[in-house]
Design a binder for this molecule. Structure first.
Ligand SMILES: *[C@@H]1O[C@H](CO)[C@@H](O)[C@H](O)[C@H]1NC(C)=O
Ligand SMILES: *[C@@H]1O[C@H](CO)[C@@H](O)[C@H](O)[C@H]1NC(C)=O
Length: 194
């Protein structure tokens, strides 16, 4: 019959081996480890920034910035253009006029993602060229029901000044040419970043 001493000794060795195992486990995962956030210059508290600009989707004319690269398959709902993919390099300007100050480009694509509504999947980087934001990007991935008054899309990240960014963008159509397909959309972007 095991004495209390036996049990205690056994428990001790059990704990010891568990401990060693944990230590080994930590050593094994040397490709990922906790580091001090100060090493990345993240001393300050996160801040919240608001950006407002206009996004120009130019599909018509001789110099389109938005080009259909995948046409919708002919057999699906032609109203929603399900399957259509447009690659974009759309200007972002301070004011609603294309001639107003250029603050960056919106690069990426949008795709028609619904068979029953006009919904776009937006996947784009706002690549800024203005002031201290020059060279920094904000990445948007979201759903854009283009005929709704306000469409909200998540900010899923960013680069440069927007490392660790998260937040959301609100899109409001400012002007739409139903015939030619061109659109000017007001974007308000709210981003938490360091
Ligand atoms: C096609 O899209 C239109 C407009 O969005 C919608 O009203 C209609 O129900 C759709 N048709 C089918 C067959 O899904
Ligand atoms: C932005 O950065 C690029 C490359 O570093 C530089 O050539 C350009 O002049 C800058 N633009 C502005 C507006 O500062």
């Amino acid at each position: 019959m095991p004495t209390l001493n036996h049990v205690l000794t056994f428990t001790f060795f059990l704990l010891l081996s568990c401990h060693c195992h944990l230590l080994n486990g930590q050593e094994d995962t040397s490709f990922g480890r906790a580091i001090d956030r100060k090493l990345l210059g993240l001393k300050r508290k996160e801040k919240l920034s608001h950006f407002k600009f206009y996004w120009h989707d130019i599909v018509s004319g001789r110099n389109p910035t938005s080009v259909a690269v995948v046409p919708p398959p002919p057999k699906v709902n032609t109203t929603t253009a399900f399957g259509l993919v447009n690659m974009i390099d759309n200007p972002l300007t301070l004011g609603p006029e294309l001639s107003s100050k250029l603050v960056g480009k919106s690069q990426g694509f949008y795709a028609s993602a619904s068979q029953t509504e006009i919904d776009l999947l937006m996947a784009m980087n706002f690549a800024f060229i203005e002031g201290k934001y020059n060279g920094s990007t904000i990445t948007i991935l979201g759903r854009n029901c283009v005929f709704h008054k306000v469409r909200e899309m998540p900010v899923i990240g960013g680069s440069g000044l927007f490392r660790f960014a998260r937040g959301y963008a609100e899109a409001r159509t400012h002007w739409l040419d139903l015939k030619g397909g061109d659109a000017i959309v007001e974007y308000n972007v709210y981003v938490m970043h360091y």
